[in-house]
Ligand binder design. Structure first.
Ligand code: SF4
Length: 210
């Protein structure tokens, strides 16, 4: 039920003319390299359900990380603020990547991006030169790296101070999703079919996944 709602929201975002018009206004003056579809005519096209599936491990990490902070900081007046800020950081981090990285990707504005970021990127920014993709990837990926480590560090500190099996299981669940499922899922599913992988630093560092 929730995933259906999310899918509707996602497709609504893709179709939103008003949103696109607002962003086009923001992009006034930018070079228009809007036609990218010819480059990807022979590439695999992903459905909305496949795009949603690609996003599930990241969504799970964002939700689990928020829960780790809210539960771990119980007793602190900052617990809800920490959980909400972490969640918003996860959401804004995804848009940051779409804006600053995906606009340089060959899959900008096409259905050949496995996770749908390329289509959202086309709504928020004009296409940028693809030969700068690796440079932009290296520069902007560190912005979201704390999402992986903040819940682990907070979880470890809480466990050292007052151990509980329930919180340990919650922390391990977060770590398994963030450090195991998410990278394995990305490299084995979404990134595996990505023709950009030869210039992507994430994939080049993991030859086994190519
Ligand atoms: S393939 Fe990767 S870099 Fe390219 S648009 Fe999709 S998420 Fe962004």
């Amino acid at each position: 039920m929730r995933s259906t709602r999310y899918l509707r929201f996602w497709n609504g975002l893709m179709r939103s003319n008003e949103f696109s018009m607002r962003i086009e206004k923001m992009n006034e003056g930018e070079p228009n390299r809007s036609v990218n579809s010819e480059d990807c005519q022979n590439m695999r096209q992903y459905s909305g359900a496949e795009e949603l599936a690609s996003n599930l491990p990241y969504i799970a990490m964002t939700v689990l990380g928020s829960i780790v902070l809210i539960v771990g900081l119980s007793g602190s007046v900052w617990r809800w603020a920490a959980g909400i800020v972490y969640f918003l950081y996860g959401v804004l981090g995804a848009f940051w990547i779409m804006f600053f990285v995906c606009s340089y990707c060959r899959y900008w504005g096409t259905r050949s991006c496995p996770c749908g970021y390329g289509r959202v990127a086309a709504k928020i920014r004009a296409r940028k030169p693809g030969d700068r993709f690796a440079e932009k990837f290296r520069k902007h990926i560190p912005v979201i790296v704390p999402l992986w480590f903040v819940p682990v560090l907070v979880g470890a500190a809480v466990l050292l101070r007052s151990f509980s099996w329930a919180f340990l299981i919650l922390s391990i669940t977060f770590a398994v999703d963030a450090f195991l499922i998410l990278p394995l899922f990305s490299k084995g599913h979404a990134c595996k079919d990505c023709p950009q992988k030869d210039t992507c630093p994430w994939m080049r560092r993991t030859p086994a996944a190519v």
